[in-house]
Design a protein around this ligand. Structure first.
Ligand code: NAP
Ligand code: MG
Length: 462
């Protein structure tokens, strides 16, 4: 596959300071498809300097002109959507139709939403005898994961550009080609040199150098809770702003009045999409004891139907990790009703769609994020029991509630300790704030709430 052998810094592709490289592997067949440079502290420093130099002019650019650049970026993402989808499929492994619809499609919606928000947001307001200005925070260090490689980038970069911030991006080592395509798109959209910069590299090297850099005003991180805690500590020690989008273990709560077949079917599909590598996936399905056996049969059937349509996991390490969790589930006494730990193919990092029944809330598979195509059915006795189980993890990113009518589902959702809940199969909304309660994170992405993360306020009194 096409790859740049440099970093995108100050509006051009420049050679890396060192010679280290990252091999990009296609997880469907385990073949190396490209190499990209693995940047270090020197590359990060050059990128941060470029971003800082570009900041005053970009921050002073009229919001309408920033909006026009973001709209142009959206148009490039539209024009190149097939190439984007093929690239995501090659380095992440997602089936092509999923890459087209979700990995290439959602970033277009999000970029479009920030083109509109940049033009319409009230960057200035009157409060009594004061004028309050929303000003850009400054230089953003963005660190992103591989699971939604373009979406995670666009959710940060489009919001930051709309706010008037400049950015240095360190994407995941597993998906650098999508990030390089994004840098090309930014360039084609006519975003001024230095406003967006890309340093590919390893987390503990380039990522850490970015998070620690004095010239970064805000670190926006999406990834694991373990790394997020370190980044939060580093940022806190330097009194830097920080936004953290971390892991999840979301509950899909099916109340007895719900359409059981629909709730189970949508719930299984929600977990299997992207091979279970979705931080907000509803990996715990909570079912009333009176409907439990029926739900188990429906879930097993839905998973079996999924069969071959599922892509591989992203890499060998995740493959081993997820299979290890499935073995642990069996060892702790959960009952496998679909899938299992055996690799379904000789080549590629595939795991079969897996359903566990008889899962109890304290089991490892009900507490820890598996990040694979594994759904656990947990039985509850009454609503309070369901709520206790739903809220009984360290996470609080997302969830779902199903009931006979929306009002009943809403009443339950309001008691959940979680940042986003889908009511009776509610649709994705690119303007709805996304982010976690508890250890799922700090801050929100998407929509005006996401834009506000990149703004700080100044008030003038008259
Ligand atoms: P990860 O290891 O935390 O990686 C995320 C990013 O951080 C990558 O770019 C990674 O670089 C970098 N990184 C790793 N160590 C670092 C360090 N010491 N300093 C600075 N940066 C560092 O997470 P992952 O395993 O790739 O991704 C899966 C996790 O992300 C899951 O737990 C999932 O729930 C979470 N996630 C959360 C959300 C959300 O919105 N809440 C969205 C997606 C994923 P490398 O690629 O080189 O490791
Ligand atoms: Mg990692």
């Amino acid at each position: 596959m096409k790859a740049h052998d440099g970093m995108y810094i100050d509006g051009a592709w420049r050679p890396a300071a060192g010679r280290d490289t990252i091999a990009v592997v296609n997880p469907a067949d385990e073949q190396v498809i490209a190499e990209v440079p693995a940047g270090g502290a020197e590359d990060v420093d050059a990128a941060v300097r470029a971003a800082r130099a570009a900041l005053p002019a970009w921050a002073a650019t009229a919001p309408a002109e920033r909006a026009a650049r973001i709209a142009a970026l959206r148009d490039v993402l539209v024009a190149r959507k097939d190439e984007i989808a093929r690239t995501v499929t090659a380095e992440l492994g997602a089936p092509l139709p999923f890459s087209q619809a979700v990995h290439a499609g959602v970033p277009v919606l999000v970029a479009g939403s920030y083109a509109e928000l940049a033009a319409s947001y009230a960057f200035e307001e009157k409060v009594g005898n004061s004028t309050v200005y929303a000003e850009p925070v400054g230089v953003v260090g963005a660190i992103t994961p591989w699971n939604y490689p373009l979406h995670q980038i666009v959710a940060k970069v489009a919001a930051a550009l709309a706010a008037g911030c400049t950015v240095v991006l360190k994407p995941a080592e597993d998906t650098p080609l999508t990030a390089q395509l994004f840098a090309e798109a930014v360039h084609e959209a006519g975003v001024p040199a230095g406003v967006f910069n890309l340093v590919t590299g390893l987390g503990p090297v380039a990522g850490q150098a970015l998070a620690e850099h004095d010239g970064v005003d805000l670190v926006s991180f999406t990834g694991s809770t373990a790394v997020g805690k370190r980044i939060g500590a580093t940022a806190g020690a330097a009194v830097k702003r920080v936004a953290l989008e971390l892991g999840g273990k979301s509950a899909n709560v099916i109340l007895p009045s719900a359409d059981l077949a629909k709730a189970v079917g949508v719930g299984v599909a929600n977990v299997m999409g992207n091979s279970g590598q979705t931080c907000s996936a509803w990996t715990r399905m909570l079912v009333h004891t009176s409907q439990y056996d029926e739900a188990v049969a429906l879930a097993a059937e839905a998973a079996a139907k999924y069969g071959d349509r599922i892509g591989p996991l992203v890499n060998a390490k995740q493959h081993a990790r997820v299979r290890g969790y499935i073995e642990k589930g069996v060892a702790e006494g959960a009952r496998l009703v679909a899938g299992g730990p055996e690799a379904p193919r000789e080549q590629g990092y595939f795991v079969s769609p897996t359903v566990f029944a008889d899962v109890t809330p304290e089991m490892t598979i009900a507490q820890e994020e598996i990040f694979g195509p594994v759904v656990s059915l947990i039985r509850y006795e009454d609503e309070d029991d369901a709520l206790r189980i739903a809220n009984g993890t360290v996470y609080g990113l997302a969830g779902a509630v199903w009931a006979g009518d929306d009002a009943e589902a809403v009443a339950f959702a309001r008691r959940m300790d979680t940042g986003q809940v889908d009511i009776n199969g509610g649709r994705f909304n690119p303007l709805a704030p996304f982010g976690g309660y508890k250890q799922s994170g700090v801050g929100r992405e998407l929509g005006s709430h996401g834009l506000a993360e990149y703004l700080q306020t100044k008030s003038l009194q008259f």
